[in-house]
Design a protein around this ligand. Structure first.
Ligand code: NAD
Length: 369
């Protein structure tokens, strides 16, 4: 299918391919929808096997950001970037500065941040070239690494889902299978361990797992085995597409709640989870802590305000379950419906014309001076 036809599918506004031979940069920026404001979404660095795979990922992630920011009540649109490369081998100052210039060229229509494979230090190199980057270190008045805030939100959403499944939000004594031992998972595991949950973890890298075993008394399993673990809760914190035809029947948990974006391979897998009696906390709702954190930089960053907002994700998830039950739809569809309704409502309000000083109407005022 051609790229333009793929963009028509969910009405993407713009897709930008970035190439810089001197630094080796190969990146794609997708802007899905800017009805609510500038498209904000992280830059993912991953060794994609093909351009096709990278394009599919960036398109899915960008639309996910539109839904996420809309559901979180933020005045932001949805966008995302992918940098094709291995974050363990291919990073350089030149690469991130070249990427920063591509972001700058969009004039604020896209604002970047961290995602899988990128760090605060990478954002600082991007910041050398553009202001349209968030999640730079607090030394620059920015919000720093969003992962701890994302994790706090996921923890709140997980408690709400546990309440729905087990009648209590308490996680003490629960067995929780954690897929991915990265940035967000680390801070999430700290909350879970402190509350007295038992953790079973996995990652592609041995050193990432070791930290969880040592600090949180976690039990380690092989990456493929995580779906079969006898646990109360399955928490996906690695990559997307992991709830699919092959894995959903294998899950033994009663709750799925994690930070990973695009957990469902397809929307129909939300129904497959319901059929199996599994409570699924929609990913783009419970992992919104990160974007709530970086979005606050647009108003002058205030950590206290951010944490108060992120804490409300507990009630938001409960509200989504209530709407899903009332309407007889999946929690995923309920969350998507609420997000799309908000975008439509704002789109309608914005149709009213407001004079802009740069608009041709300035000629009318100029006649009197
Ligand atoms: P990260 O790169 O720090 O962690 C991801 C971890 O998953 C890595 O350790 C990686 O080795 C591991 N992994 C990858 N594939 C795996 C597999 N098949 N099995 C087991 N482990 C695997 O990234 P992160 O920032 O912690 O983000 C984790 C997820 O949460 C991503 O999907 C990201 O898009 C999403 N997310 C992150 C934030 C944030 O604030 N960082 C916010 C919202 C959503």
């Amino acid at each position: 299918m051609s790229i333009l036809s793929r963009m028509q599918d969910f009405d993407y506004e713009q897709v930008v391919f970035c190439q810089d031979a001197s630094s080796g940069l190969k990146a794609i920026i997708a802007i899905h929808d800017t009805t609510l404001g500038p498209a904000l979404g992280g830059a993912r660095m991953w060794p994609y096997a093909s351009e096709e795979e990278a394009l599919t990922d960036v398109l899915r992630l960008a639309r996910g950001m539109t839904l996420k920011s809309a559901a979180a009540g933020l005045d932001l649109g949805g966008g995302k970037a992918v940098i094709i490369g291995d974050p363990r081998k291919d990073k350089s100052e030149a690469l991130f500065r070249a990427f920063g210039r591509c972001v700058a060229s969009l004039g604020g229509r896209y604002i970047t941040a961290e995602d899988v494979g990128t760090t605060v230090q990478d954002m600082e190199m991007i910041y050398q070239e553009t202001d349209f980057v968030t999640g730079v270190s607090p030394a620059f008045g920015s919000s720093g690494n969003p992962a701890p805030v994302t994790a706090f939100g996921v923890y709140q959403g997980m408690r709400a889902a546990a309440e729905k499944a087990f009648g209590t939000p308490e996680l003490r004594g629960r067995a929780i299978a954690v897929q991915g031992c990265g940035n967000v998972a680390y801070h999430l595991a700290r909350h879970l361990h402190e509350e007295g949950a038992r953790l079973i973890v996995t990652d592609l890298y041995e050193d990432n797992v070791r930290r969880f075993v040592q600090e949180f008394e976690a039990e380690a399993v092989a990456p493929e085995a995580i779906y079969d673990v006898q646990a109360d809760i399955f928490s996906p914190n690695a990559l997307g597409g992991i709830l699919n035809d092959e894995t959903v029947p294998r899950l033994r948990a009663r709750v799925v709640a994690g930070a990973a974006n695009n957990q469902l391979a397809d929307a129909r897998h939300a129904a497959a989870l319901v059929e199996r009696g599994i409570v699924y906390a929609p990913d783009f709702v419970i992992n919104a802590g990160g974007v709530i954190n970086v979005a606050d930089e647009l108003y002058g960053y205030n950590r206290e305000r951010v944490m108060k907002k992120v804490e409300t994700l507990y009630d938001k998830v409960k509200h989504i379950f209530a709407v899903a039950d009332r309407e007889g739809i999946t929690p995923h569809d309920a969350a998507e419906r609420l997000a799309l309704e908000r975008i439509e409502a704002v789109r309608r309000v914005r149709k009213r014309f407001l004079a802009d000083p740069k608009h041709a109407l300035r000629g009318l005022s100029a006649r009197r001076t």
